[in-house]
Design a protein around this ligand. Structure first.
Ligand code: ZN
Length: 327
């Protein structure tokens, strides 16, 4: 049996708490030879001293994808905190500071992050490397022929096309590739990590794509209504049809909106109505009862959990919702 005293003489001077830890470890691993060095191995490994590459990302999906590729080799931050509306977001002094000290910035692109140009300018970081996650993706332009209500005030949102590409697992894969390649160019020392992490995430995206294909082909040409023009890429990918009738969540449905929903459901033989998680939709629920349709939720992932696995959890829930609504 080791005596704690023997171990202590092996070590550099230390404070009281680690000594207690060693005593406990020594008791647990009582048969260790004090000269073998095995006791030393059981100590917690100290955090790396070399500062990690600092990467800032704009909002949740871009954060999830970048975090998935970066793993533990880079520090990844998010500018637009989950729960904050990205479409109308204004940059903050904290955002300016974060960009000023970052090496890399990752954005979704396609005109989504309108706040970014001024925020980057104010950060005055001439070394900053920007990664556009949507590079090479061709945007869908005007989506829903009946999206009239919000058109006037939201036109600027779509000058680069609809930005919600992350909601199509195949385009999400392209975003992962863009992020991976951008990180490797800016931080080649961690190339092997970025490649391995991206490959693992891409594998899961491929599986997700298969699940969508297998499930949605059972309800082809399903026409559904959303209240956030977020799913045109997903719909196009799997041969279903999104109609974005009115834009919430920032506004409650008005009686005119309700009439519009009713008319659209009748005109286009709509199968399903999809709201957003956490949205108060009493009015929607009551009209859906009149129409004989159940309101379900589709998550645009603009807010939610910051674990990269959240993407798959939310997308699988979306698939269940679509599948149930389109039956
Ligand atoms: Zn959106």
């Amino acid at each position: 049996m080791n005596s704690p005293k023997e171990i202590k003489t092996d070590k550099k001077p230390r404070n009281f708490l680690p000594l207690i830890t060693l005593i406990i470890l020594s008791a647990v691993y009582g048969c260790n030879n004090p000269n073998s060095g095995e006791v030393v191995k059981t100590e917690p490994v100290p955090a790396q001293k070399i500062p990690k590459t600092k990467v800032v990302t704009t909002f949740l999906p871009v954060y999830l994808f970048t975090k998935a590729v970066a793993g533990d080799v880079a520090d990844v931050e998010i500018l637009v905190k989950p729960g904050t509306e990205v479409h109308e977001y204004q940059g903050t002094p904290a955002n300016v500071k974060a960009i000023a000290t970052a090496k890399i910035l990752v954005k979704n692109g396609l005109g989504l992050e309108e706040f970014l140009a001024d925020t980057i300018k104010n950060a005055e970081n001439s070394q900053l490397v920007e990664i556009d996650a949507s590079k090479g993706i061709s945007a869908i332009n005007k989506i829903s022929p009946i999206d009239k209500t919000a058109a006037a005030e939201h036109d600027h949102d779509h000058q680069f096309g609809n930005p919600h590409v992350w909601l199509d697992p195949v385009l999400a894969k392209q975003q992962i590739i863009n992020i991976r390649d951008g990180l490797i160019t800016a931080d080649p020392e961690n190339k092997v990590n970025y490649q391995a992490n991206a490959a693992a995430y891409i594998q899961k995206l491929d599986n997700l794509n298969n699940e969508f294909q297998q499930t949605i082909k059972q309800t082809p040409n399903c026409t559904f209504i959303t209240f956030h023009d977020a799913f045109p890429y997903l719909a196009k990918r799997y041969n279903i049809k999104q109609l974005a009738v009115v834009e919430i969540p920032e506004k409650q449905l008005s009686p005119t909106d309700v009439q519009k929903v009713v008319n659209t459901v009748k005109k286009y033989k709509v199968k399903a109505l999809f709201s957003e998680p956490g949205l108060d939709n009493k009015l929607l629920t009551s009209i859906s009862q009149d129409l004989g349709l159940t309101v379900r939720t589709l998550d645009s992932l603009e807010t939610g959990d910051t674990n990269p696995e959240y993407y798959f959890k939310a997308m699988k829930a979306n698939l269940e919702s679509l599948s149930a609504g389109c039956k």
